[in-house]
Design a protein around this ligand. Sequence first.
Ligand SMILES: Nc1ncnc2c1ncn2[C@@H]1O[C@H](COP(=O)(O)OP(=O)(O)OP(=O)(O)O)[C@@H](O)[C@H]1O
Length: 442
Amino acid sequence: MWGLLKERRARIRGDTKFVSLYLPNNFINYRRILKFDQTWLIVILLFWFFCGFVSNNWLTEIFVCVTGIPILLKQYKYFKNLRHFFRYEYETDYKLLNFIQEADLDESTVIVYEENSSELLVRFLKSNNPTLINQLENLEKPLASVFGITPEKFVREQYVEYIFTLVKPERLMVTATEKSEFTDDMNINLGYGIVYNPVKSPHVLIGGGTGSGKSIFISFFLIELMKRHATVFICDPKNSDLGNLEHYLDDHVAVTPNNISRVTRLVVEEMKKRYSIMNDPMNFKYGSNFVDHGFNPLWLIFDEMGAFQASATDKAGKKIVEETMANIKQIILLGRQAGCFILVAAQQMRAETLNSDLRDNLGLRIALGANSPDGYRMIFNAHTPPTDSFPDVSVKGSGMIYVEGSGESQAKYWESPFIDTTKFNFIEELLKYKTADKYFSE
Ligand SMILES: Nc1ncnc2c1ncn2[C@@H]1O[C@H](COP(=O)(O)OP(=O)(O)OP(=O)(O)O)[C@@H](O)[C@H]1O
């Protein structure tokens, strides 16, 4: 018992804990140690009673009973509590120790872990054994089944790190602001621990069936872009919610094929103009981007791209679609440095809508609502989690998210910012940020 308590004190002092089959830890034997101590206590008590009764002195007998009986009665509860205490205290050690055996890892595997109220960080130290290294780099699934949370994986030179987020991240609650809140900060808080920066991960892809929350998210995102002084163009071939914004954003909203093509052309022309200004020897700065040259972000929001492509029935229509898609390709591949970004939304993302090479260039990918495994793969491609770890997305506006460059290997569960549509007037909010169209380079 003393050994257990000493070990616990040492663990409280230093926050890093080692787990290995070879390390002599008392906790491995805590049950045996407590059983042993309990047996000894009972033996001592019995001896105590025995001494009392053989004394033939009624005063001694009473004293022995008064002191011994409460201890005898309470010792069971006392040891039960201790067992619970140590079990809780060493739960992670136990799980990890069992894990080494159950996952068939080499017996020499050493795990280091740190735990606080929001995170469990587990590091598997690498050895020279390539088979073991390969095993250590592929433990997300078995670890998720042990801890009930899918960890994030980070492969480092000396170790493979798995991070489990213990506290459920908070959904962002969107409310109307008193007055406009313009900002130059390119980081956009999407809630649930996700911060998106288009400079780092340009372009957005959103997929999700009808009623999954795409329009609400796009509305939120549009206002966030306008807060950042972005010039926004909208293409809505179905002329639904976004199309109606033409009453407020004028000719920045396109619903007909000709207009959609015009808008994409405008963005490409602006992008080329920006590049020629940025590459002019008078202005050239190595490694600079649009921000360094004083340009504001330029966004093209394209809802239902599939519907636009399907609208082309004759030769002229097909030519318009072809030209538009060529413009979109240029924006996706070349837009980042010039600050020209695109958001593509679709009920169902198909290979014909946007080929997988282009899709892989979209830095923020979101799948809202329930999607088929193929649907998820169309959005996340190599970052699709295994089918058996698809999350429950019954909460309205929930789904999966992946941010390129975030260090995560797979898309994860996310709840989009919550907007109470009965209280939040989207148009009123939008008009706070509508400014003169002064962001073009001419
Ligand atoms: N983030 C959210 N906050 C609050 N409610 C939401 C959210 N997302 C979805 N909802 C609820 O789901 C409903 C449908 O959302 P939305 O209209 O955005 O879906 P959609 O994917 O755009 O559908 P469609 O493709 O048919 O237009 C909303 O009216 C709202 O009640």
